[in-house]
Design a binder for this molecule. Sequence first.
Ligand code: GLC
Length: 689
Amino acid sequence: MIYRLKLGNPIETEAVVNLSEVADRNTVEFTELLGTVGIELSTSSRNPESDEPSVELVCKLSESTSIFGLGETARGINKRGFVYVSDNTDETCHTETTSSLYGSHNFLVFKGAEEDFGLFFDTPSKITFDLGFTVSDLARITSCFGDMYIYYITGADLNSIVRQFRVCIGKSYIAPSWAFGFQQSRFGYMNEDDIREVVNRYRSLGIPLDAVYMDIDYMQDYKIFTTNRERFPKFGSFVREMEDQGIHLVPIVDAGIKVEKDYDIYEEGKANGYFCTREDSSLFTMGVWPGWCHLTDFFKPEASEWFGNLYERFTCCGIDGFWNDMNEPAMFYTEESVAESQDLFDRLKTSEGKLSTDDFFRLKSSIDNWRSHEYYKDIYHLYGGKKISHDKVHNLYGYQMTKAAALGLERCMPEKRALLFSRSSYIGMHRYAGIWTGDNRSWWSHLLMNIRQLPSLSMCGFLYSGADIGGFGSDTSEDLMLRWTALGIFTPLFRNHSTCDVRFQECYRFNNIDAFREIISLRYRLIPYLYSEYLKAVHNDEMLFKPLCFEYEDDVRTFDVEDQLLLGESIMIAPVYEQNAKGRYVYLPEDMLFVKFTSASDYTAVPMTKGYHHIDVSLSEIPMFIRKGHILPLGVAEVCTADMRRYYDAGSRGDLSRSDFEIIASEEDMRVNYEMYTDSDKTLYISTI
Ligand code: GLC
């Protein structure tokens, strides 16, 4: 059952689109309901930060209470013991003490000693989840502003709570099947030849590849929807040349629009009043990659439609995939912040223009403050005809940019699924696009973080997601790259991406190229299973990745497992994520078949009993476990998904059969019945029955 409380005049985020199972309650009734699970709700306290009435929920935690959810956050699958703040942030160097990342996903599930329940806070402004951090047995949730919807969800078990929530928020975005191929990216591919080289190297080594990314360097002076004519002289024919080799080019689209006379997008936006303003209606100006920029005010429907239509400038050349970036929105500086530091400098400097050491540090800290969120308060939007401060809607910005893009893409290529994902997000955006988890580092801890984020993202509907494989910042190492690629073969978005000043990390830069080829080829063999499980998760409002305790709730040991995940209905994954480890310990919640791939085509399969085991896994091997009563169908490895159409377009040539796959299962499960069918979207489904 789902109960909803409306407080004040909430911003309509469109996170929830299906209210058929939602019962509205007034404050007294809702407070009583929460009281039954030990939550105290107060709606009158003043938030010191906003100086406005806010909402506070306090919940006593028993020793055994676990808390799940919150989508993209640092730390564990069980969120207990830390403080998370929904406040979308361009977080270039996150660690385990980072409270805010790029997205805000305010959905949590509590597994208490007695009752399980879910909570969703539908508010696009800042909200803090102190989950037993300040006081170890208290969860305290405090909002900055008081206007919001709160949803309280009860259910028989954890899965049913998540499923009900997912039904409310609507079906997740469906990526095209080619987006399950391997993708190569780097900040710093400067021209056509750089990209050609990447493709040639992958193709000549027989390492599968489906897409190459175009980071900001393809643009003319970082102006969105332009291409640099010298470096990409014949963009349309270059796109076709890549297409002929089975490669999709995926350009980046940033949120900031460069302020430059005669740049048509800037001129159009300005002339039509599409940009965000300050309170006094002058245009708000901030700095990102292109220098001074304006931001589109996506709350104005006409501005949003205009922005969405801009994607046609690339789709008309054959582009069918995009990544939206810098849309928290990221701001390196604003006119206000620069003026403050300038003013400080003028006041501090001596008549000879020198600074004392103390004053140098004062100036430095003023410049370090340029990225502070306090400058968001200078941005204004027009919401429902009224000026509204950005503070109140901050967490919606990336969502709105991406929704505008998705609707624009639907208009300009209605017959095709587009690949679209974004850095910043809010629940609701999952219906329009996927996400990638931003600027991680080549750290082993970030490989583990990648594993742990996957189920939380699944809970919130972000099924098409993934991290920068190998790490975006810092120099990677071959062993980290291999282990991370071995995890990446299971994630829908499977993209190797790095920044411009770190070691090159395309697979061919390393020693053991054979190992990379085999691991990535295995990914292609898994695509029929992965794409089928992904679509089932979309259509059945299921999680694609689940923590073990979601399926084996009665087994208390599963609650401690934070480094193994169930993926779809058949398999459990247990990646190795520590340097120099020759293997790892695993916990099996039931008897399973341990399958270890030594290459894309060779594997060993050993039945294992419920309990703890140690498994040996060398750098080039991939471990996985097949659940009892299930099978794993493997397709044929190809160098790109275009050569695999027979699997996911099976409907066009009649249904596939068992003989189209290599089936892996225990002897007993080889007899398991399963069905394979294609739906109206001509998409393959494989399910055991
Ligand atoms: C941001 C993105 C990163 C991209 C870079 C340059 O840091 O998160 O992926 O490479 O900008 O565009």
